[in-house]
Design a protein around this ligand. Structure first.
Ligand code: ZN
Ligand code: ZN
Length: 150
């Protein structure tokens, strides 16, 4: 159907199977949406945007699908602060910068390029760390500028 589009459904289906997920319409719809839009979106935003595409899904199933896709490594979760869990189509492993003032979120390259890029000192043996996500917080240039002016 959308053979020429960026979210070519055949590619998406192949990725989904490769990640061990059964291909379902809701999963395809959510994944295609995140890929098409780019950037970081909350589950509620995803729900609203799906409605804009005339795809009816309950809030609970949007959460379930996002969980499945995240678990399969197709979607990446960005924990941007209290009550702000954001999702994005996984492209490459990276971290995030969140501006305290305007809440802007920026992708920050991972210096190692792969998980886990940090190895903490753990209280004992037996742990397996496979991921470390870093959130950098501070002020973006625009907010710093605004602060200087006031
Ligand atoms: Zn800012
Ligand atoms: Zn990101």
């Amino acid at each position: 159907m959308d053979a020429g589009g960026t979210g070519s459904s055949r590619v998406i289906e192949t990725r989904m199977r490769g990640a061990g997920l059964r291909v379902t319409r809701p999963r395809l719809a959510v994944y295609a949406l995140l890929r098409d839009l780019g950037g970081h979106h909350s589950a509620d935003e995803v729900l609203r945007l799906l409605q804009g595409r005339r795809i009816a899904m309950s809030r609970a199933s949007v959460f379930n699908v996002l969980n499945d896709l995240t678990g399969a490594g197709l979607v990446m979760l960005c924990d941007a602060g209290p009550g702000r869990t954001l999702y994005e189509a996984f492209d490459h492993w990276h971290h995030h910068f969140v501006c305290r003032q305007c809440q802007r979120i920026l992708d920050v390259p991972c210096t190692q390029g792969e998980k886990p890029c940090l190895h903490p000192e753990l209280p004992g043996p037996g742990y397996l760390i496979d991921e470390a996500q870093v959130i950098f917080r501070g002020l973006c240039p625009a907010c710093r500028e605004a602060q200087r002016d006031s």
